[in-house]
Design a protein around this ligand. Structure first.
Ligand code: GLA
Length: 386
């Protein structure tokens, strides 16, 4: 059953009437360009087939009531009061953040009932939060009778995440969840927000996502810390951001910086260049070179940016051990790190044997069952009037 149908059925069961609208938005996998978005560099994500859907219908009160399949406690937002973040950090901060940003922008909200269903794994680095935020923002557009510029909608979702969910994330996730195109990856310039769509439709090649099924506690605090370290590096280099920096300058000024800061900057500078090269490889269908760039990205994330973890390294080593002879072209961790998913570029003909081998060897090595699935680039947020 499609996620839209599931959300529709869940709504009907919960409120004993059909929904009026269903909005949905996809999760994403970042092919390459990790921790470069908030350094105003390039990223290269694609939307995945897993999606979050929200079905809704107006109610006669001044309240927003949202049930989720995954959480027992519903969200209840009283629109006659200021919409403030929940300090216990519950999932209610996602809808609250988006609703607050719509109200701040002067849009008129009214009460509605809703249900949320999702196939995007939570905490796996596949951007389940942006999928939820963008789906809600798409629904609120319908409820308020406005249509935001897609890029403004993404920026609104990013602000909501900063101020309500408390995560100083970059712009990549809401942009891809909002704008994604079927069959295409996105080379996004995070400084100008210029978008270059790159067809990724070669049936001989598959993007395989491998969920380590671990999430380490460090993830959120380390994310903010890395962001600070990048700002420090740019300051010492006297550059507006690491986008403007280059390796020569970094080497020249390395003695003025803590070696940790030098490594952080080296990751960002080299990753931005790998991302641009990766986009060229996809255009030229040079899958071997693209695979090598993925491998190099993982190395840099592991040793210079230090956001990997033993389970991600295990997956990547196993995949790289299968190698080109077994159909694996390259593999790296993806997303915020410290657990979550790796992404591998593989030859479609070997998909079944690669899945079997990674599953077995990762279980043997860690005692944990991974989840593996392939995805083609999927479409961005959508709205359906039922
Ligand atoms: C998280 C953030 C993104 C990006 C990645 C790392 O997914 O939400 O903005 O910074 O981490 O590339």
């Amino acid at each position: 059953m499609s996620i839209l149908q599931r959300a529709c059925d869940a709504f009907q069961r919960m409120y004993a009437r059909p929904p009026y609208w269903i909005a949905d938005a996809p999760g994403r996998v970042n092919l390459i360009g990790e921790f470069t978005d908030y350094n105003y560099g390039f990223v290269l994500p694609m939307a995945i087939e897993q999606r979050t859907a929200i079905a809704a219908s107006p109610n006669t009160s001044n309240r927003i009531v949202i049930h989720s399949e995954a959480v027992s406690e519903p969200v209840n937002i009283d629109l006659s009061q200021p919409v403030t973040p929940d300090i216990r950090g519950s999932w209610s901060n996602y809808p609250k953040g988006i609703a607050a940003k719509f109200l701040e922008a002067g849009h008129k909200l009214r009460g509605f009932d809703a249900t949320v269903c999702s196939t995007v794994p939570v905490g796996a680095g596949l951007s389940s939060s942006a999928a939820l935020e963008v789906a809600i923002a798409t629904l609120l557009e319908a409820i308020c009778g406005v249509q935001l510029e897609p890029i403004d909608k993404a920026l609104l979702c990013q602000k909501a995440e900063h101020t309500y969910a408390g995560v100083p994330c970059g712009i990549m996730d809401p942009v891809i969840a909002t704008l994604a195109r079927e069959g295409e990856a996105l080379l996004l310039d995070c400084r100008s927000l210029e978008r270059h769509w790159i067809p990724l439709r070669d049936q001989a090649i598959t993007v395989l996502i491998i969920n380590t099924n671990v999430k380490h506690r460090l993830a959120t605090s380390a994310y903010a810390q890395r962001r600070e370290e990048c700002l420090t590096a740019a300051r010492v280099l006297r550059m507006p951001s690491l986008r403007e920096a280059c390796l020569e300058r970094l080497t020249e000024q390395a003695s003025e910086m803590d070696p940790v800061i030098v490594r952080r900057a080296r990751h960002v500078i080299t990753e931005i260049s790998r991302t641009v090269q990766a986009a060229r490889c996809i255009r030229e269908q040079d899958w071997v070179e693209l695979g090598q760039l993925l491998d190099a990205s993982h190395n840099s994330l592991r040793h210079d940016f230090e956001v990997s973890c033993p389970e991600l390294d295990a997956v990547v080593e196993i995949a790289q051990g299968i190698g080109r002879r077994g159909g694996v072209l390259g593999c790296r961790m993806t997303g915020g790190g410290f657990g979550g998913c790796a992404v591998a570029l593989i030859e479609s003909a070997h998909e079944a044997s690669i899945i079997e081998a990674i599953h077995r060897r990762y279980c043997d090595r860690t005692g944990i069952k991974p989840t593996l699935f392939a995805s083609r680039p999927a479409v961005g947020a959508q709205l359906i009037e039922v």
